[in-house]
Every structure is written in structure tokens, then in C-alpha cells.
Write a protein that binds this ligand. Sequence first.
Ligand SMILES: [Zn+2]
Ligand SMILES: [Zn+2]
Length: 388
Amino acid sequence: MEAKAAALEKLNASRPNILELSRRIHANPEIGFEEVKAAAWISEALSKAGFEVKTGLCDLPTAFSAKAGKGPLHVVICAEYDALPGIGHACGHNIIAAAAVGAGVAASAVADEVGLTVTVIGTPAEEKGDAGGKILLLERGAFAGAHAAMMVHPAPFNALTPKIIAASMFEVQYTGREAHASAFPELGINAADALTIAQTAIGLLRQHILPTDRIHGIIINGGEAPNVVPAHTAARYIVRGQTLAELERLRPRVYRCFEAGALATGSKLEIMGGDKPYSEMVHDADIAELYKRNSELLGRSFPDIDTATQRAVASTDMGNVSLVIPSIHPMLGIHSLPAVNHQREFTARCVTDSADMAIYDGALAMAWTAIDLATESKLRDRLLSAKF
Ligand SMILES: [Zn+2]
Ligand SMILES: [Zn+2]
């Protein structure tokens, strides 16, 4: 098909710039909502490629949109570019960003010819776990008018429709009362004990939750000095369930564990955030099938997900997009094993030849899939009739 050949040619011409962009983002990791450089570099690359760019989209300084083409079918490609605190691009969002630019540029070459509008939306702070960029952008109308949305994500192995579950991150704060820990301990209210009790209760709760539930967290403030009874402690926790409904069944049980800490010690408990959870992902089967076909043409294969990889569930705010717009979120293998996402070793694997190949394959498979969506009439009509 001529349009696909033209998209391929365009991607080949842009390839050095796109791979360089990936490496530049990787070398300058920025955490969620602080991705100032990455957002500027990505939108600059798209602007140079002829896209109409809006920065500071929906009052989010590190979000942007970049639009090309005037066709009736509007396809959104999501770019992520936030890193993790301390371990850099250990989730390889530099690959996601570069692949999104590549897909956008390749598809833009034929957009008008095939009847496509393509918008790359820069979506900050995916790693946040609550009120992520896509959730805020969805609420504020950035996805209005889109008929389909897609993105790719690096992983140890290819996966067409990875299991993506609901998640909610929240912060817990206890307030007690300081006292000399040796001379006047009876005057203290120990906010660190409150956290210990909560964590013990959560440990016991684990026997009685679904095998698909997840509870995990960190203490971000455990006290100031061993000779002062801690008056202020804080933790960040994430609870996950297969669906938003299962998550909401688990959440109050976990909150009660935190309440137990407050009750036992007399500390005051405050729970903040958690009100904009990530939802489960619904992969659009037709779009996924087209992506699979296009990826297989590039030599990628999607073996059936075995038991081990089935356990490897994660969450993303792309889930929230998928509940309102037909979406896909395939994983791109980068030959990282034994390194897996959120490890330092994975960070190093996100700028290898294999990572570059993933960018190229992901970009082309998304561009070709967008062309298919605009030209395969049955699917196109379904997408057009369900405008968000
Ligand atoms: Zn991640
Ligand atoms: Zn990620």
C-alpha cells in the first residue's frame, strides 16, 4: 500500500533525530510534572515536522498537543516522558516519547491523503499513581473529538494486550506529640508506632485479599531523632485491584488498617489524595489486531502470555483513556531480561540498539495502524460513530 510506504520513508528520514531525542530525554530524567526539558524538546521536534503545537495544554505546564492533517478520523498518540525518582528512565518513557514522535511524523506524511487527523498528546506524570496527566487532560477536554488513542511501552517482552489493573496512590500522615524519649516518654504520642501498627495490620490483611489485589508503599517520614518521640510521620501507599470496582472494595479495608494505628496510639490520621485513581485498561480488540499484524510485518511476535507474565500486572492512566476512547497499549520488548521495569539495570537497557529498534518498530506499527484505521471502512465507521 502506497500510503504505508510513504509513512515508512518519512520515518526512515526522521530516524536519526528521533533516536537522538530518545537519548537526550534519557540523559536528562525529570519526574512527573517537572518534565520541562522533555516536553519542550518533544514539542519542538513535532513543530519542526510541521505539526501545529500547543504547549502548556489545559493549564498543565509540561503537557502539550501537536496536530497534523485534516482528515475525518482523529487518532491520538500519547507520549509519556516522566522518569522515576533516583533511578532515571527505569520505565523507558524516553522510548515512549520517541516512538510517539516517530509515529506522528510518519502518519502526518499521508494524513490528508488517507483521511486522518493525527494528534500527539504529551501526557505528563504517568508514574504518579493518582491524578496522572492523562486523567487531568481527559477531565479538561484535551481528548475531545478523538476516535482512537494509542501508545507503546517498553518491557522485557512484547505483549499485545498486557493486563493493566486499577490503582490508587494516597498519602497518609499521622500527628502525635513530641516528648523526650527517655526522660518523659509518657507525655509523648508516638506517630511512628501508628505507622508500625498500620503496616502490621496490612500484613495480616494480605491473607484475606484477592490474589489479584496489590498493596505496597513507602514511609516518607519516620521521625526526626531517636531521642524524640516522633510527632509527625507519613507514608505513601498504592492499592490496586483488577478493576476500579475491586479497588474500591479493597481501599476501605486498607484505610481501616491506618485508622487502627491512629486509634491505638492516639495520633491524628489524615489521608490525602487517592481520589483520581487509574482505571483498568480495556484494549480495543480490532485496533490491537491491526497493530499485531503491522508489528509482525516488522518481525515482532506476540506469544501467548504465560502464567509468569500474566502475574506481571501494572497500572497506567492510559486505562482511564481506554474507558472512553477505543485504545491500545502494547508492550515493546527490548531484550532487557533479567532486568525489568523500575530497576536501575532497566534504565541502562533503554538506550541500547534493542531500545532503538523498539522505538522504530513501535512508531511504524502505530503509524501503519493509524493508516489502517482511516482506510478500513468497517472499523473506521465504527470509530467515527462513537466520537468521544
Ligand atoms: Zn513505570
Ligand atoms: Zn511506564
